[in-house]
Design a protein around this ligand. Sequence first.
Ligand code: FES
Length: 145
Amino acid sequence: MSSNNLDTLYRQVIMDHYKNPRNKGILEDGSLTINMNNPTCGDRIQLTMKVADGIVSDAKFEGEGCSISMSSASMMTQAIKGKTAEEALKLSRIFSDMMLGKEYEDDLDLGDIEALQGVSKFPARIKCATLAWKAMEKGLQDDGQ
Ligand code: FES
């Protein structure tokens, strides 16, 4: 696929997650709740996760933000569900490397996340893309995972 076609495909994937977000909402009972905002614009996310026996069994998000931040949250919740907390944190490191334009490991299924790799060319938008991931990292680390 030419890089133009790939860009178009990635843009479609991002807009699909923005318009039809996966895992939108709030989990009740026994969930980790993390609120985080992007200080540069004030956009915010509330992430709730259920973690039992070291497995992220469910994750949902609410928030207000740009298409990059909201689509990234949608992709992130999709990617971590059913993963161990360790794998979820590894995905976050992979995503961070991707945003920094570094080589990244791909031994875990990245799913739609790869559609965001073009964000690395726009440093001002990296905080948008990583907002939900920082929330997930904080939740799992505070939970002692
Ligand atoms: Fe606020 Fe993207 S402009 S998170």
